[in-house]
Design a protein around this ligand. Structure first.
Ligand code: NAP
Length: 580
């Protein structure tokens, strides 16, 4: 499909360079927004990085920050000395060698049962399952920067959780392409949920949100009807959390794919349509015991269709979201503006034919080739401003097609270094959305308490807008404890000030700086009990209320804030950790 890519083994993602739609002028490395787009033009050039965006020179993030190339998301990563000729580049070269087969079964593929997988648990015969796929990782052992011992923790089992804790951003499909054996055959339990495979204990503190309850595989189906000018595809699904932004549409010529996120599953309709349709879709959701999702398509030519079309690959299938091949779409940078000295707001346009709204608190993965290896990083989707009036309605046809990401450029960040060179009109591969924030929690919540550190502020942006602008009926009181190093690091400082002044009865922001200079008169230091007790109401004072505490920042920050909030008396059921 045009602009829609499932990563190809070995080939990485092919990113087309053009994206019909908005025509954008390019001026050197600075991005100029399309006229009338409502976005701000960067006011000045900074730094030395001629030809691209300017990279700040300060040393950030902290050495242990997960944003650094050598660090990770959930637990500290140990590195071992590798033998000569066993570097990442050597591994890439080995994989690229023509005719090289590393999967140990002659390059063919086959489905692997859990029992079979368990047999291959030795150093010289090591198989591992990651995200539903089984790899023979024996040849990779000597190339693993974390050493054989670490890798051995996941052999013979489903190593997805271990892998995600340390390497969530790595494109495993590309990295282990030649080691691929086949899909892991899962065992279905009686309730229809997937049986959890055993994973060994993996270290001190695992921040993953509580294990989700086993969710029954939804039984979705679809039907269709037509008028002279429209075709309506109706999807029936038993699920009471479905919203319009759970429906993603991709169309290229007559190829139409509708992806519907139902709880932890994805239901796909994939059709080779009988006739052509326009790119203007409407999605409606009718709530009821059986939800109806209606996708209304406009015929290009008003006439009666003989049929809807032919089913294409994966049509009418339901799979667990986490086991699905991620889809990356080539999105075009249409605007970039500075938010602070080291952070930019990037606006991307999705390809023609794609309509994907990102649910609140969800993130996408941005993939670029870094040192020859596809590298992913998650970014939470934001809005371009906290001020109500500053967010323009997208031009007709662009609804659901713009994507705003706030990205901090780290001088030694693998991917952000590449981001710094992006120019208006460049294309980047961006994935489907992922996340687990339940938007309905905002409807029920009377007190929203947010603890954010640095760019951990990004998920809070849409929470703030949801409560203060988008839902007039919301009376929720909001408090943001925002931790930064210095005053200049505070993202949207002015906007936060304005928002709290305009909503003084409902919203309060407290800035806490860990490396404040002498001119700062506000709170200082890192997150600690004294601050929590001073600024956050005790749960007993909210006894008949419905609080929700949201936390986001680096993993150590999130760990500590979570511990302190629980010590303050909040139960984990009212705490949400953003841990992408
Ligand atoms: P930063 O500027 O390095 O740090 C922001 C503040 O957090 C500073 O005051 C810093 O204090 C404090 N901090 C750092 N480590 C701490 C710890 N162990 N305990 C207590 N306070 C600590 O932050 P950044 O570079 O913007 O990074 C933000 C982090 O948020 C990244 O790791 C990013 O991956 C994460 N993030 C996650 C999501 C998500 O999961 N959805 C979204 C966005 C961002 P010091 O000056 O003392 O270090």
């Amino acid at each position: 499909m045009g602009g829609l890519q499932v990563p190809q083994r070995g080939a990485g993602v092919q990113v087309p360079q053009t994206n019909t739609g908005i025509q954008v002028p390019t001026m050197g490395g600075l991005q100029v927004p399309a006229a009338g787009s409502g976005f701000k033009v960067p006011s000045s050039g900074r730094g030395k990085n001629a030809g691209g965006l300017q990279i700040p020179q300060a040393q950030f993030p902290a050495l242990n920050s997960p944003q650094r190339a050598s660090s990770q998301l959930l637990k500290p990563r140990q590195k071992v000395a590798l033998k000569p000729g066993r570097s990442l580049m050597d591994w890439v070269r080995l994989g690229n060698a023509k005719g090289k087969v590393l999967n140990g079964i002659g390059g063919r593929s086959c489905e692997v049962s859990v029992e079979e997988l368990a047999k291959h648990n030795k150093l010289d015969d090591a198989w591992m399952s990651i995200r539903g796929k089984v790899y023979n990782i024996t040849p990779y052992m000597e190339y693993h920067p974390g050493g054989e011992e670490e890798l051995m923790k996941g052999v013979g089992i489903d190593g997805t959780q271990l892998f995600n804790e340390v390497h969530q951003w790595v494109n495993v499909e590309g990295m282990l392409e030649k080691c691929y054996i086949g899909r892991l055959k899962k065992t279905i339990d009686l309730s229809g949920g997937m049986k959890k495979l055993s994973v060994p204990a993996t270290g001190p503190l695992n921040l993953a949100p509580p294990e989700p309850k086993a969710v029954v595989k939804p039984k979705a189906r679809y039907d269709w009807y037509q008028t002279e000018t429209e075709v309506t595809i109706t999807i029936y699904a038993k699920c009471n959390t479905i919203t319009k932004d759970r429906v993603v549409l991709d169309k290229h010529e007559k190829d139409l794919r509708a992806t519907i996120y139902i709880d932890e599953y994805v239901y796909t309709i994939h059709l080779d349509l009988c006739e052509d349709i326009s790119d203007n879709y409407q999605v409606r959701v009718r709530q009821g015991p059986i939800n109806r999702i209606m996708i209304i398509l406009q015929k290009t030519e008003p006439k009666k269709w003989a049929s809807l079309g032919q089913p294409a690959d994966g049509n009418n299938s339901t799979v667990l979201t986490k086991e699905r091949e991620p889809i990356f779409r080539s999105c075009q940078l249409i605007c970039c503006s500075p938010v602070s000295h080291d952070t930019n707001l990037y606006t991307f346009q999705q390809p023609n034919g794609t309509c994907m709204n990102i649910p609140i608190g969800y993130h996408v993965n941005l993939m670029m080739k870094c040192n020859g290896v596809d590298t992913n990083r998650p970014y939470t989707a934001v809005v371009p401003s906290l001020q109500h009036a500053d967010v323009p309605n997208p031009a007709p046809g662009l609804e659901g097609r713009l994507l705003h990401l706030m990205v901090k450029l780290y001088p030694d960040g693998l991917l952000t270094q590449q981001m710094a060179t992006l120019k208006q009109g460049d294309s980047v591969a961006i994935s489907d959305f992922e996340g687990n924030f339940d938007e309905s929690r905002l409807t029920k919540c009377s007190h929203l308490i947010m603890l954010a550190a640095g760019t951990g502020f990004t998920p809070m942006i849409r929470l703030l807008r949801w409560c203060l602008h988008e839902h007039q009926e919301s009376t929720c009181k909001l408090k943001l404890l925002f931790f930064n190093k210095t005053e200049k690091d505070i993202l949207w400082h002015d906007q936060l000030q304005t928002l709290s002044t305009e909503n003084s009865e409902r919203f309060e922001v407290v800035h806490i700086l860990s490396a404040a200079d002498t001119s700062w008169h506000g709170a200082t230091g890192r997150v600690r009990s004294e601050l929590v007790e001073k600024y956050i109401p005790a749960p007993k004072d909210l006894a008949d209320k419905s609080p929700l505490v949201c936390i986001c920042g680096s993993t150590p920050f999130t760990n500590e804030a979570y511990r302190l909030i629980q010590a303050h008396g909040f139960t984990s059921s009212v705490i949400h950790l953003f841990t992408a």
